[in-house]
Write a protein that binds this ligand. Structure first.
Ligand code: PLP
Length: 391
């Protein structure tokens, strides 16, 4: 009998990976499956970025880099941060990590322990809660509601802070809802946080460029009053279609840098060198591919929302960010996870049940529109046929 520690019995996962595995198995058995389940762009990494990695390998960059990342990569992040937020951060506060997820892991590990409370968005990215539970801290869901455009409410968030609260996790533009929290609400929140100086904030801004209809992303970095307790998560995965490169960045209060650097030394040493060179090319190179991708996402977003709103029992608010739609399916008579599973098995459409993103996810499903317009239309026809055949 092996005796693993109890933390590993509390760790959760991202059901999107299980759905992807099932969808792939069905496709391999000859079924025609349309995948609207997985949260990754269906675009290739732009060619000049791939070339930069190949060049780095040819130039002999095969070894370890500093644990916090190459200075050139961190300086590129500084330039990018200045361009998108107007804020100049020090390269000493930038950490290059193997993806966006390791920032969550590090931040939650740094503040989570039994007796501590960590606030996180619900519905939200499932790894937040999973990692909080892993540390033994108490997860405290902050509701984000459809009637509020899936933005978080400053008042409700502040009302959930107790003397035990150590960390507040924010995410805008958001997965799975596509919600974008407006600047005015974030201003209110930051003002209120002045009464809670011991609460750290982790702002997940990995979808920062992905906003629509002129909606502006508001970075928490633009509030200097919380800078000494703010961790900003960002990365290359979504913006430059680089999910498989496993590289992200985060910006930390300088007092925490030594802790996160040591964690890196203990866990992963550094991010592979060619990816870090590719990351510089992504930031400094032409952005036309990003713009083309965003135009495609915007077109598909409209197709998805329009299509969803014609389905029986389904209504979908127009998402303002990311590449997800989060339709309300409560009038279909289906439980969300049962519907997601039936759609995959019987209609060949993969999507994710809302409860995989939290308690408040019941009554919703998540569709990723990182798929071609043609496939989106076919998928919606199949869902329509399925729902009508059941009523
Ligand atoms: N944060 C959010 C909100 C996400 O949706 C994702 C990926 O789906 C990540 C972070 C993780 O990104 P990465 O693939 O870089 O680890």
């Amino acid at each position: 009998m092996l005796h693993t520690v109890s933390a590993f019995d509390r760790i959760g996962e991202e059901n999107a990976f299980a759905v992807l595995a099932r969808a792939t198995a069905l496709a391999n058995s000859g079924r025609d499956i349309i995948n609207l389940g997985i949260g990754q762009p269906d675009f290739r990494t732009p060619e000049h970025i791939v070339e930069a990695a190949i060049k780095a390998l040819r130039d002999g960059h095969h070894g370890y880099t500093p644990a916090n990342g190459l200075i050139a990569t961190r300086e590129a992040v500084v330039r990018r941060t200045l361009a998108t937020t107007g804020i100049e951060v020090s390269p000493e506060s930038v950490m290059i990590l193997p993806g966006g997820k390791p920032t969550m892991y590090a931040a939650i590990l740094m503040f989570g322990e039994p007796g501590a409370e960590i606030l996180y968005p619900d519905p939200g990215f499932p790894i937040y809660r999973s990692m909080i539970e892993f540390t033994g801290a108490t997860p405290v869901p902050v509701p984000v509601r459809e009637e509020n455009g899936f933005a978080f409410s400053a008042e409700e968030t502040l009302s959930l802070i107790t003397p035990k609260t150590r960390l507040l996790i924010l995410n805008s533009p958001a997965n799975p809802t596509g919600g974008v929290t407006p600047r005015a609400e974030i201003e209110k929140l930051v003002k209120g946080l002045a009464d809670h100086p011991d609460v750290a904030i982790m702002s997940d801004e990995i979808y920062d460029v992905m906003t629509y209809d002129g909606e502006a992303h508001c970075s928490l970095l633009t509030f200097p009053e919380i800078r000494d307790r703010l961790i900003v998560l960002n990365g290359w995965s979504k913006t430059w279609a680089m999910t498989g490169w496993r590289m992200g960045w985060s910006i930390w209060p300088e007092v925490l840098m030594d802790k996160i650097r040591k964690l890196a030394v203990n866990c992963w040493s550094c991010v592979n060198a060619p990816s870090q060179f590719a990351g510089i090319a992504a930031i400094d190179g032409p952005q036309d591919d990003v713009e083309t991708m965003m135009r495609a996402f915007d077109r598909r977003r409209k197709v998805v929302v329009e299509g969803l709103n014609t389905l029986p029992g389904v209504s979908c608010a127009t998402p303002k960010g990311a590449f997800y739609a989060f339709p309300n399916i409560s009038q279909t008579g289906w439980k969300a996870k049962k519907l997601a599973s039936a759609l995959l098995e019987e209609a060949g459409v993969a999507l994710i049940g809302g409860p995989d993103f939290g308690i408040l996810g019941e009554g919703y499903v998540r569709l990723s529109y990182a798929n071609s317009e043609e496939n989106i239309v076919r998928a919606l026809e199949r869902v329509d046929g399925f729902l009508r055949s059941q009523s």
